[in-house]
Write a protein that binds this ligand. Sequence first.
Ligand SMILES: Cc1cc2nc3c(=O)[nH]c(=O)nc-3n(C[C@H](O)[C@H](O)[C@H](O)COP(=O)(O)OP(=O)(O)OC[C@H]3O[C@@H](n4cnc5c(N)ncnc54)[C@H](O)[C@@H]3O)c2cc1C
Length: 130
Amino acid sequence: MVRTRCCGWRSSGAGFGGIAAAVRLKQAGIAFTVFERSDDLGGVWNENTYPGVEVDNFAHWYSFSFRTYDWSRTHAGQQELKEYLNDTVDKFGVREHFRFGSAVERVEWTRTRSGTTCTSRTDRQNRSNS
Ligand SMILES: Cc1cc2nc3c(=O)[nH]c(=O)nc-3n(C[C@H](O)[C@H](O)[C@H](O)COP(=O)(O)OP(=O)(O)OC[C@H]3O[C@@H](n4cnc5c(N)ncnc54)[C@H](O)[C@@H]3O)c2cc1C
């Protein structure tokens, strides 16, 4: 268990939602950290790898507004979706803000100290969440 006092935004999850938040927070010049309990990004597209897994909607509807993409199929598969997310994280320079192997257990706003304390459980030894 690691307790960290942080300034700025924090978000949990490195799926579509967390990646979109990361890009927009960076563009807005706001300090942030994204905690992700697994060891890789992608969210559902990291977890679901069974044969034939793909989006239900047209892939071009399922793209970030800030990053259109020339999908190879109308309904993109898991591997291409995960590549898209990895490319997006690198293209927008936000990878360094992600803390993998860090499951958030509690986030506490402390008014007197004007900050928040984020408690996370690390899955790896010797990982620092400061
Ligand atoms: C096969 C399939 C097809 C789909 N097709 C569509 C579609 O066509 N259109 C559509 O709109 N949606 C579709 N979805 C739904 C999909 O879940 C969402 O579109 C979207 O990818 C969800 O993104 P997310 O970032 O909100 O959540 P997720 O992708 O679930 O990411 C959440 C992340 O948060 C992490 N996390 C959770 N709790 C913690 C914690 N306490 N601490 C740290 N990390 C944490 C998880 O490990 C995960 O990586 C589909 C889903 C599946 C599985």
